[in-house]
Design a protein around this ligand. Structure first.
Ligand code: MN
Ligand code: MN
Length: 480
């Protein structure tokens, strides 16, 4: 069975829409390089579309009815949004889920130090990265510093053209004889990924004669200890009003500096950071915003911590989502434990995450009959996992059949794929977490080339087709 390239299925007018969508997508990527930034961007967009927070709905004593739109943000890193359908909630929802965390390099809690007149921020990388890809390139710092008085300083340095950028050094090739013998996993050591943030010593005026604590002869002749670090601390104090100890309660994420770009002479692709999984987050969100009235209540879930196993209070394994649905039931006429369970088990989900796109230069890692190709549309992964499907959610055949029907009816082009050849590797998504409620879940999404690299690539036409697929799925009333 052959799956086809879909670029030529569309007329010029539709291709204009493809370009408009991908331009909007690039702005989404540029404005959301961390999970917190994605949440801010999402809340802004959905509030413009008439969404109100669950909290506000509760405070105003509202009872929700068909077409009402509410959202719940958890710790500024995960969000669940709902559009109420005509059918009662216990009949289940259609859920679009994606993750908004991406592989990156995080700043440690006690990070700032000086070595041989370079000031560094010590780091610990987040998610699965090839460490050697992150050195010797311009990097930006995004995040928050929360001070003891609970004021939050928002940090975003390295994106404006006038901003400075930061970098991690690599040893020059001339002296890399030993390094080049190492296997790729060891070429860059995790502790050698510290970020260079300065090199200019603070000028410290010598104390004058008669002044208290006058410098000794020895002090006068030795350069000030950690003067570069002190210079950085002075800048941090002046520009951000933060002290060294404020790093203790900061979340600073180091990401590639710069904007997402169109790629190729034909501008058919997008090259940008964090497309795993913001490409599915964006298309799910966009589908959510463009829905008409639906029969099933539709939910869009954008969550944190997928890249490290969906753990933590803001990851999919957290009960925040179940709690939000419980609150929703209450606002829709009354919570009961049984209704909550019925609602969740009868829901259907597209666990939307990126697929590994077939890479002809690494063809041996793929089995082409069951691989995702650029330009072939939205991907359905019946299962992911590794070595004997371990760790996978394996979608039910009946569910896959139903989705085939929906996509065919709406002329959505889809392809089916596995994550690479059997026994060459693997991976997981948030699918298994929702599946524990007993609901139908399948992995779906957009193929990505160079996944988890600082700059990942996608095809514009796949982004458009995913968006159409999500609308078709969310609008369907017959699932379950
Ligand atoms: Mn992912
Ligand atoms: Mn990933």
């Amino acid at each position: 069975m052959e799956q086809k390239n879909i670029w030529n299925k569309y007329d010029e007018e539709t291709l204009d829409k493809v370009n408009v969508l991908s331009e909007e997508y690039r702005r989404f990527l540029d404005n959301g390089k961390t999970e917190r930034e994605c949440i801010d961007e999402t809340v802004e967009a959905i509030e413009r579309a008439g969404y109100i927070s669950l909290q506000q709905a509760m405070e105003e004593g509202r009872s929700l009815s068909v077409g009402d739109k509410v959202y719940y943000v958890h710790m500024n890193k995960s969000i669940a949004m709902f559009q109420i359908g005509t059918k009662p909630l216990p009949e289940g929802m259609n859920i679009l889920g994606a993750h908004i965390d991406s592989p990156r390099v995080d700043v440690k809690q006690n990070p700032l130090y000086e070595d041989k007149e370079f000031a560094y921020l010590d780091t610990h990388y987040y998610g699965g990265i090839k460490k050697y890809q992150w050195v010797a390139m311009p990097l930006a710092i995004h995040g928050v510093v929360v001070k003891k008085d609970m004021t939050t300083v928002i940090v975003n340095i390295g994106e404006d053209e006038d901003d400075p950028v930061f970098f991690i050094s690599d040893i020059l090739i001339h002296l890399a004889q030993e390094q080049m013998k190492k296997t790729a996993g060891q070429v860059i050591n995790g502790e050698a990924m510290d970020l260079i943030v300065g090199s200019r010593p603070l000028k410290i005026e010598a104390k004058k004669d008669g002044e208290e604590g006058k410098d000794t002869e020895k002090e006068k002749n030795t350069p000030e200890r950690d003067a570069v670090k002190k210079g950085i601390l002075e800048i941090l104090k002046r520009q951000y009003d933060i002290e060294e100890e404020d790093f203790l309660s900061a979340e600073l994420e180091i990401v590639p500096a710069g904007k997402a770009r169109e790629a190729g002479f034909d501008r058919s692709m997008i090259l940008g950071y964090g497309q795993d999984d913001r490409v599915c987050a964006f298309t799910s969100l966009k589908a959510m915003l463009d829905l008409g009235i639906t029969e099933k209540t539709v939910c869009c879930l954008l969550v944190d911590k997928e890249e490290i196993g969906s753990v933590g209070a803001t990851g999919m394994s957290s009960l925040f989502f179940e709690n939000a649905v419980a609150e929703l039931l209450e606002l829709c006429g009354g919570y009961s434990a049984l209704d909550l369970r019925r609602c969740l088990q009868r829901s259907c989900m597209l666990s939307s995450d990126v697929s590994a796109a077939f890479d002809p230069l690494y063809a041996s890692c793929f089995e082409p009959k069951n691989a995702a190709f650029f330009g072939h549309g939205i991907v359905l992964n019946k299962f992911t996992g590794r070595a004997g499907k371990s760790g996978s959610n394996d979608a039910n055949a009946e569910y896959v059949a139903h989705l085939r029907g929906i996509f065919e009816k709406e002329d959505v082009s889809f392809q089916t794929a596995e994550l690479g050849k059997v026994d060459v590797g693997g991976g997981g998504t948030i699918a298994y977490v929702l599946a524990k409620y007993g609901m139908n879940v399948i992995d779906s999404g957009v193929p990505v080339l160079s996944m988890h690299a600082p700059w990942e690539a996608t095809s514009k036409i796949d982004i458009y087709e995913a968006y159409r697929g999500y609308i078709a799925f969310a609008s369907d009333a017959d699932l379950y």
